[in-house]
Write a protein that binds this ligand. Structure first.
Ligand code: MG
Length: 354
């Protein structure tokens, strides 16, 4: 009797949790951490692999448990598809699994875009219409430190044209004054919602603007939209929304209140929505910053595919971790260098998915 052989092609999802250790503890206004949980994903169609990553800062409310649970549900959704040809439908179905889980969703979106690029043999930046020749200067984060440690941090950042400072120390002016003793590089200041009074915030912004600070990120709590709109109208430098804007739908809520937005794949569910946000922000005259969480070269290589379309780049995640699990974009002379490999241009360490 002849065997009745039938082949069922399905889109397969694999995922593996990891901990990324930081080179040194990382302090911001909300506390201090020395590592961060991540989950790496691999999406397969007919033996071709796309890679992704979910990184989970505490404020997004995700952890290994929630991401693994979400991805188990997503695995079943993806098995319904025999091809990734209808990527929009796949992403919509994944988005509908749960309301939140933006980092888990991003890990699928990134792997999907990587796979799409590989199947078309084109780098994702080309598919996004981003000009690879444009210089992508990334900011480098100076962690909050004792004043006598600042000199070393500034020295470590010597390749980078722009420094980023996260406020939240006892005396934020002193921190910037200390940096100014060692360098006159431009600075991004991230307040992480730390200022509670708009008059105090404006006084600080004026002071910082005279210290070659280029922009201020999330000066006040995200709920204080009216106060922030007033600040933006008074501020000599751009006011950028970070905590206030996670997904596309948030753009409507902050209309007119900020000069620009900080887009991060882990907040907005990935490249698909990030690109939509870039287009929408441009339409409404807002500036675009592209940021990341503490994540590996996988997540940052994905975000970097959109970097030529942004005004400000803050993609230093891989520089702050001890051990990377992916090869991908490179950092050279303060710039991110995109490659021409298809998809997001990454390769995992050999035993990552074993
Ligand atoms: Mg921020």
């Amino acid at each position: 009797m002849k065997a009745n052989l039938q082949f069922y092609f399905v889109v397969k999802l694999f995922f593996v949790p990891h901990i990324l250790k930081f080179k040194r503890p990382f302090s911001i206004a909300h506390g201090s951490r020395d590592s961060t949980p991540v989950v790496f994903t691999r999406l397969e169609q007919n033996g071709i692999f796309g890679y992704g990553e979910a990184a989970m800062p505490p404020y997004l409310g995700e952890n290994h448990e929630t991401v693994l649970k979400f991805l188990s549900k997503a695995e079943k959704v993806l098995q319904k598809f025999s091809t990734i040809a209808d990527a929009d439908t796949i992403l919509l179905e994944v988005d509908n699994i749960e309301n939140r889980n933006t980092a888990a969703k991003a890990s699928i979106d990134i792997a999907l875009h990587d796979l799409i690029g590989k199947l078309q043999n084109k780098p994702s930046h080309e598919l996004f219409g981003a000009d690879k020749q444009k210089n992508i200067f990334t900011a480098y984060t100076i962690p909050i430190d004792e004043p006598n440690g600042i000199q070393n941090r500034v020295e470590e950042a010597r390749e980078y044209k722009i420094l980023k400072v996260k406020l939240g120390s006892a005396d934020d002016k002193k921190l910037v004054e200390e940096i100014r003793k060692h360098t006159d590089k431009e600075i991004f200041v991230d307040v992480n919602e730390g200022w509670k009074d708009k008059y105090f915030a404006l006084e600080m912004i004026h002071w910082f603007s005279e210290k070659k600070v280029l922009l201020i990120e999330q000066p006040m709590p995200k709920e204080n939209t009216d106060d922030i709109a007033w600040l933006t109208s008074q501020s000599p430098i751009p006011i950028i929304a970070d905590e206030a804007v996670q997904r596309f739908a948030d753009l409507e809520k902050i209309k007119g209140a900020y000069s620009g937005i900080n887009i991060k794949l882990m907040k907005c569910t990935g490249l698909h929505e990030a690109q939509k946000m870039i287009l929408q922000a441009r339409k409404t005259g807002m500036q675009i910053m592209l940021g990341c969480m503490s994540e590996s070269t996988c997540g940052v290589s994905a975000a970097a595919q959109l970097a030529p379309l942004a005004d400000w780049i803050d993609l230093d995640g891989p520089l702050l971790i001890k051990e990377d699990y992916f090869d991908g974009v490179k950092f050279s002379e303060g710039k991110i260098i995109l490659n021409d490999f298809p998809g997001i241009g990454v390769a995992p360490v050999s035993n990552l998915f074993k």
